[in-house]
Design a binder for this molecule. Structure first.
Ligand code: FMN
Length: 339
């Protein structure tokens, strides 16, 4: 049996050395509140590259200051951000990993001073601020901000772009009828709720021809919300627009009780892969090498994304290779201790 976890995978024109992906994780570590990369980010991301992760996706990185989840988020709203990000790309690449970045806007989930924006003036919960409903002009400006963010990511040298369409942030707020109650062409039917994401993808595609991923929340866990079937349709539209892979997460558009267990989101990744005929990534409580291998061998997803397990063990790929009997390269400095 060949170990699938360590088989290379080609995403459009970029080949990953294995199928292990570091899932985007906010570090809330820009102490100066300027969105600029600092030593924490350099150490954190480079460690996982040394650990032989195939693709490292940087945390949600905000396209506008107002689109940050917290004041300490990474940013990509100004050219001043490019230098630090380029430094990270160089460090990640120097260990043979591919550098990706998650481009994001927090919408109504921004926990910031001042005004926050969303498709409709509906607060996330009773403790959160009520957002201002975006005007069409603001929608246009935000689509443009996503495009400019991707352009800066390209200048910084990233090879993979992921748009953050999950977890109840701005794009997800447009998609879900629970958070989008607009009566114009951005609300109502599925086509209309998809329009914001559609326009972002269109603009991004005009300046970016590398691999494009979109992270979605495939289940709102609410009777009036979106279910995996809805994301099969969105998946087909994304595929038609040239999206290469859908990274399938779930939840967080509205507060909900979710029962979580190992691989709980994998069936959504499998459904979208099979029914929309697009490659998918699986994420959520994937912790053991055999579990990751099962997902790939059974064709339930094309990539596995790990978040918290990679916080616990930046060298997880090494452990996985040992357990699955695969041989992987070590950084040459570590050869004496690696195998
Ligand atoms: C500290 C932390 C920060 C996170 N930040 C992000 C983020 O920036 N973008 C995102 O899409 N998901 C984020 N997530 C969710 C993870 O990417 C992942 O989907 C989730 O933790 C489930 O995977 P796991 O069980 O392997 O941890 C974050 C999770 C953690 C633990």
């Amino acid at each position: 049996m060949t170990v699938k976890l360590f088989e290379p995978y080609t995403l459009k024109n970029v080949t990953l050395k294995n199928r292990i992906v570091m899932s985007p994780m906010c570090m809330y570590s820009c102490e100066n509140e300027d969105g600029i990369v600092n030593d924490w980010h350099r150490t954190h991301y480079t460690s996982r590259a040394v650990g032989q992760v195939g693709l490292i996706i940087l945390e949600a990185t905000a396209v506008t200051p107002q689109g940050r989840i917290s004041p300490q988020d990474l940013g990509i709203w100004s050219d001043d951000h490019i230098e630090g990000l380029a430094d990270l790309v160089r460090m990640i690449k120097s260990h043979g990993s591919v550098a990706g970045i998650q481009i994001a806007h927090a919408g109504r989930k921004a926990e910031l001073e001042g005004e926050i924006v969303a498709p409709s003036a509906i607060a996330f919960n009773e403790k959160s601020k009520t957002p201002k409903e975006m005007s069409k002009e603001e929608i246009k400006e935000t689509v443009e901000a996503f495009k400019q963010g991707v352009l800066r990511a390209k200048k910084a040298g990233f090879e993979v772009i992921e748009l953050h369409g999950a977890h109840g942030y701005l794009i997800n707020e447009f998609l879900s009828p629970l958070s989008n109650q607009r009566t114009d062409e951005y609300g109502g039917s599925a086509e209309n709720r998809y329009r914001f994401l559609k326009e972002i993808i269109e603009e991004v595609k005009s300046i970016w021809d590398g691999p494009l991923m979109v992270r979605v929340s495939a289940n709102d866990y609410h009777p009036e919300g979106l279910a995996p079937e809805d994301y099969v349709q969105f998946g087909k539209w994304m595929k038609d627009q040239g999206v290469d892979l859908i990274d399938v997460s779930s939840g967080a558009v509205v507060p909900a009780r979710i029962s979580v267990f190992p691989s709980y989101q994998v069936p959504y990744a499998q459904k979208i892969k099979e029914e929309a005929a697009i490659d998918t990534g699986a994420v959520g409580l994937i912790t053991s090498p055999l579990q990751a291998e099962e997902i790939l061998q059974n064709g339930r997803a094309d990539l596995v994304l790990l978040a918290r397990e990679l916080l616990r063990d930046p060298y997880w790929p090494r452990r996985a290779a040992k357990e699955l009997g695969a041989k992987i390269e070590s950084p040459k400095q570590y050869e004496r201790g690696w195998n």
